[in-house]
Write a protein that binds this ligand. Structure first.
Ligand code: SF4
Length: 486
C-alpha cells in the first residue's frame, strides 16, 4: 500500500478534512451532547486520564512541600511574563552566542513564512517532527505538506493522529479518545498489514517505519516545553526518544515556540521539571529530557549544522496586556484536563480547538475570539479541581467567571438568556414571588416524577438539564422548611 506520508503534495483526504473544519461553524452545544452520549469515547477517555490523574496525586505526595513548589513555579512563570521583553532579548543573545539564529513571528502566517524560507535556503525535502502544540496551533505540518515536503510526526500518538487524519484530543496524550482496536484498524489500513491490536506489535511496526524516516530526514522540527533565557537552551521532554532523533539527526533544526515559554535560569527549569512530568503523566521524570540551543559544536558527535529558534506571538502579547495574563503561565501539562469532570465526559474534540479542557476553555476564546467560542467558558461546573491540579496555580475558575462576565457585558449571550436572568433576579428580590415560583416548580417536578421518583424531562428553560440525564424529584421538605422547623 502506498503511504500517504510519502505523497509529495497534501493528501486529498486531509485537505477535505481541513476545508470542512474551516467551513463548519463551531457548535459546542450539539457536539458536546453527541460526545456525552458516546459510551465508548467516555470509557476510553476515563481509563486513560484517571490513570494520569491518580498517578499525579501519588507523585506529588512524594515531594516534601508540593504546595510550596507549585507556588514557586507559578511565581517563576509570573516573573518571566512580567519581564518578558528583557528575557526575550537575553535569550536571543544567548542563542546567537551558541551559533544559532532567533526569529520573531507576530502571527502563524509569519511563522510559516519564516520556516518556509529556512527550508528553501537549505533545500530541505524531508521533515521529522516531534510533538508540539504550537505547531498544531498554526497547522504547520499541513502547510509543509502542501508545499511538497515529506512530513512525518514522530511521536507515536501524533503519528496515529496523522495517519488517521484526526486531531489530538488531549494536550499530552493526543489519542486518549482511541482504543486499541481502532488503532489496530488504522495501522492495518495504512500499512496494508493484517489486523492486530497488540500494542507491542503496533509499536514495533511504527518503529521500523519511523527509523527509516529518521535516517533520511534533512529537516527537524520541535516545539519546546521551556526556553532558558540565561543559556539560550530549549528544553523538550518526552518518553519515546523521537524528539532526540529530531534534534540530533537532521542537518537543519527549527524549534517553534510560544513567547511565553521562557524561564529565566537553569535553576528555575529544575523547579519546572520537578512538577511537569508529575502533573502530566504521574512520572517523577520523563524518560528523556533534552536541552539544546545551537548547531553542532566542535568535538560533538551529533547535532544540526543550522539551528533556528522561532518565537511565536499569535495573540500572546494581547493576553499579556489583559486581565488574563496568568493563563500564559500554562506549561501544557494537561493536569487540569484529567481533573475536569466535564472533559472526562465529553473529551477534547468537543472544545473545537487543539487546546481542550479547562485551560482550553480560557485560551481558545482568547486566541480565536470570545464571540466565536462563547460557549466554552460555560463548559465548567466551577468545582475548582483544575485550580487544585495546576502546577503553576492558574486560577482557572476565577478567569472563567470573569470571561462569563465579559460575555454578558459584550452582549454575546442569547437575548432570551438575558431576559430569563433579568426575570430571575426580579423574582429573587421578592420573598413572596420566590416562594410562589418555588412552590409551582416543586408541584410540577413532583408530578413529573410521580411514577419513578425521577424527572425524565424538564420544560424550557431548564430542558437542557435532562437532555442526557434524569433528575431526582424534589425532597419532601425544602431547606427553608427545615430551617423553620416545619
Ligand atoms: S492550566 Fe495548569 S494544569 Fe492546565 S495544562 Fe496548563 S499548567 Fe497544566
Amino acid at each position: 500500500m502506498t503511504s500517504t506520508l510519502e505523497h509529495q503534495t497534501i493528501d486529498p483526504h486531509t485537505q477535505d478534512f481541513l476545508d470542512e473544519a474551516k467551513a463548519s461553524k463551531f457548535d459546542f452545544h450539539s457536539i458536546s451532547i453527541k460526545a456525552a452520549g458516546d459510551e465508548r469515547l467516555k470509557t476510553a477517555i476515563n481509563s486513560a486520564v484517571m490513570r494520569q490523574y491518580t498517578g499525579r496525586q501519588l507523585r506529588l505526595l512524594e515531594l516534601p512541600d508540593s504546595e510550596g513548589l507549585r507556588t514557586l513555579a507559578g511565581d517563576i512563570k509570573g516573573h518571566a511574563l512580567d519581564y518578558l521583553d528583557y528575557y526575550l532579548v537575553q535569550t536571543k543573545q544567548a542563542v546567537e552566542r551558541n551559533g544559532g539564529q532567533v526569529h520573531f513571528a507576530r502571527t502563524g502566517e509569519e511563522a510559516k513564512r519564516i520556516i518556509f524560507d529556512i527550508i528553501d535556503k537549505a533545500n530541505c525535502k524531508s521533515c521529522i517532527k516531534s510533538k508540539s502544540m504550537v505547531s498544531e496551533e498554526i497547522e504547520l505540518a499541513h502547510a509543509l505538506e502542501a508545499r511538497g515536503m515529506d512530513v512525518v510526526e514522530t511521536d507515536l500518538g501524533e503519528f496515529i493522529v496523522q495517519i488517521d487524519h484526526d486531531k489530538p484530543s488531549h494536550l499530552v496524550s493526543p489519542i486518549v479518545h482511541k482504543d486499541r482496536a481502532s488503532i489496530g484498524k488504522s495501522f492495518a489500513e495504512y500499512f496494508g498489514t493484517p489486523f492486530t491490536d497488540d500494542p507491542e506489535k503496533l509499536t514495533k511496526q511504527a518503529r521500523v517505519y519511523l527509523r527509516d524516516k529518521f535516517r533520511r530526514a534533512d529537516f527537524g522540527m520541535t516545539g519546546g516545553n521551556f526556553v532558558v533565557a540565561e543559556t539560550g537552551q530549549v528544553c523538550v521532554v518526552e518518553n519515546e526518544g523521537n524528539a532526540r532523533q529530531s534534534i540530533t539527526t537532521p542537518r537543519v533544526l527549527v524549534s517553534l515556540i510560544g513567547i511565553e515559554k521562557l524561564v529565566p535560569r537553569l535553576a528555575d527549569l529544575a523547579v519546572m521539571l520537578k512538577l511537569l512530568a508529575r502533573s502530566a503523566t504521574g512520572q517523577p521524570f520523563t524518560v528523556y529530557t533534552n536541552l539544546f540551543g545551537g548547531p553542532q559544536q566542535e568535538g560533538e558527535k551529533d547535532g544540526p549544522e543550522e539551528f533556528h529558534l522561532v518565537f511565536l506571538d499569535n495573540g500572546r502579547t494581547e493576553i499579556l496586556g489583559s486581565e488574563y495574563r496568568e493563563t500564559l503561565r500554562c506549561i501544557r501539562c494537561g493536569a487540569c484536563l484529567n481533573a475536569c469532570p466535564i472533559y472526562r465526559k465529553i473529551g477534547g474534540h468537543a472544545y473545537g480547538s487543539i487546546y481542550p479542557g479547562p485551560i482550553g476553555a480560557l485560551i481558545t476564546p482568547l486566541f480565536q475570539g470570545l464571540g466565536n467560542f462563547k460557549d466554552l467558558p460555560q463548559a465548567s461546573s466551577l468545582c475548582g479541581a483544575c485550580y487544585e491540579a495546576c502546577p503553576v496555580k492558574i486560577n482557572i475558575p476565577k478567569h472563567l467567571i470573569n470571561m462569563r462576565k465579559d460575555i454578558v457585558s459584550q452582549h454575546l449571550n442569547h437575548p432570551m438568556e438575558r431576559v430569563i436572568y433579568r426575570m430571575w433576579a426580579w423574582a429573587l428580590k421578592s420573598p413572596f414571588l420566590y416562594g410562589a415560583i418555588s412552590a409551582m416548580q416543586k408541584f410540577e417536578l413532583r408530578r413529573r416524577a410521580k411514577k419513578t421518583g425521577w424527572v425524565k424531562s424538564v420544560p424550557f428553560p431548564g430542558s437542557g438539564w435532562t437532555q442526557i440525564r434524569d433528575m431526582p424529584a424534589p425532597a419532601a421538605k425544602t431547606f427553608h422548611e427545615m430551617w423553620r422547623g416545619k
